[in-house]
Design a protein around this ligand. Sequence first.
Ligand code: GLC
Length: 729
Amino acid sequence: MTQEKLKELLQDMSLEEKVGQMIQLPADVLTGNGLVTGPTGTTQLTEDQIGMAGSVLGIKGAERLYELQKRQMEKQPHRIPMLFMLDVINGFETIFPIPLALGCTFSPELVKETCAIAAAEAAACGLHVTFSPMLDLVRDARWGRVMESPGEDPYLNSRMAEAMVEGYQGDLRRKDKVAACLKHFAGYGYPEGGRDYDNVELSERTFMEDYLPAYEAAVKKGCRLVMTSFNTLNRIPSSGNKWLLRKILRDKMGFQGVVISDYSAIEEMVFHGVAADAREAAKLGIEAGVDIDMVSNAYAGHLAELVRSGEVSEQLVDEAVLRILQLKNDLGLFEEPFRAVDSALAEKLLLREDFRQKARETAAASFVLLKNEGILPLKKTETIAWIGPFVENPELYGAWSFPEKPEETVTVRQGVEGKGLSHMTFAQGCYLMDPGCPTKYGRVINPCDEQADLWLREALEMAAASSRVVLCLGEHRDMSGEAGSRVSLGIPEGQMELLRKVRQVNPNIVTVLFCGRPLAVKEIAGLSRALLVAWMPGTEGGNAVADVLFGDRVPQGKLSMTFPRTLGQVPVYYNHLMTGRPNSPREIHLFKNGYMDEVTAPLYPFGYGLSYTEFSYSEVSLDRREMKAGETITASVTVTNTGDTDGVETVQLYIRDPAASVARPVRTLKGFRKVPLAAGESRKVSFSIEEPMLTFYDIDMNNTSEPGKFQVLIGGSSDTENGAEFVLV
Ligand code: GLC
């Protein structure tokens, strides 16, 4: 439809129709079931309002969506098609690693491919919009939603943002693409105490410097929707925050797409205490520029009346509705309301073999090898006991994955047996969760202790009789994700007991850790000769674990988020400030920055990850020592694989600005390159350094660079000291 036609349609619509386009229904209002992720206010809607609704979220299934679209359009005076939206954040039916693990691949290209697969599967099943990418920068592992983020670094998150938007979107008229919705705007990733939905207090400088870049990168890539966050940002709820949604998002970032609230977030402004009632919340939302009210009753219940009373200009409604109609038009829905729904195609696409292979490759690339005392890779001829609650657990996917066929997930046991290794032994060892453990859906009730005793006895006998033990331990998938904040960073005590007891009968332990967040793993690492973080690896998780442990694929992941030494260090992240009393990170000194009972260094820093080989770095060489704006310095290192097996190294470029008009982080990531190197091979790796990489928000909040000395650091982790100096004049 042309722009003119769109505007004519808008002019022909009644106020009720317009408001209907701004209402998003939860799945259960239309279908009686489906994904519900929080409290909703739309139960108060009339049948007419339900018929007028412009979109719905949380429904899967090509047939259902086809029928629903047909039914809904008949109720629409202008037969405007609905938008179908869903959280497809790391795969639709072929499930990929959680986004925090995708960040550990340091491979935007690979991540883009996974998003393109997710889009193809989702579109064939009738979906139009995915509530992804989630781009909240994260620094506090207590927060359950760190699993949804690419990690703690603005530069890495920005590259992942671009890759994800490109993977999902591309040309929206294509039948295998969906519109992307970045979230949660903004700053949701730093709630006080790591408590979900809590206040976020950030200086404007920190917000602009660290939290905004990834959202900005997604908008620059043409992301079509933005979702407002639940939290208050400096005491103002995002869904009513004009500074955030109009000054920053629309004016500064130039976003022209659709703004949708998070789940009930408009009406929740009453609970935040900035709106006396839902009517006032509706006024705040429309004035701030929220176009779609996700499942609250604010717009449905009050927006039309606010316009009729003259308290809200209809112009604001028209602008919002035009953006929504524009999105539907760009998706081709007016010409083809059933767009890509194709159950025959979906049947062929979902879990297609090449999609599964991509999931297997991505999972292996996302694993991070934190420790290896010469025990990995395992030999296929060895007698190995595979023990633990994750050996046969099919739920190897994150909290935001809802596969129709969970049985299609490859377990660790299936992955090992898939290699034809019949001499391996397998044991449960213990319950995944301890009796009485709180979960999001109630407390865990394990049937009987005798079972636990039986499992333990069997596991210890097996461990004693084997040359190696692989312990598969970790967090249940519901221990992270939304409403998954924890005051502990451990795994269930029953699993720790299993580890301690196995260690007494066999010290040759490889621990594989399944988790949705960085954990405090000092004891686990101390009792294991090797520690591999597998995160929540998805459909092909078991195959990927077997591939990496036997060396069929090399470990190449690098941490996208810091692993603390203890819970007490959190929040802990690499790009912190120097402070006026900098401490040696691994020593405790009186009257220096840090603690009296623990060093400040984390256990494993951002950017860290081992391989099955070793890499050495030459000194950093610069082709010049001085640079003006507009010029380029080339920084180079030669990286050598000094081991006897092939490997892949992620070479990381950091910049340090030791003296500026405001305190600057000890270093910031400004580039990375994945470099495959055969045993013994050397390769020169070069990065271009340009003035825009040196900009920051100065003492007057101007985004600018300042002349002076800089340091370039290049290595295989954020704690590299391999550097050289240059001057910006
Ligand atoms: C949830 C989440 C958001 C999700 C939305 C729809 O509460 O905060 O990330 O996209 O509701 O499910």
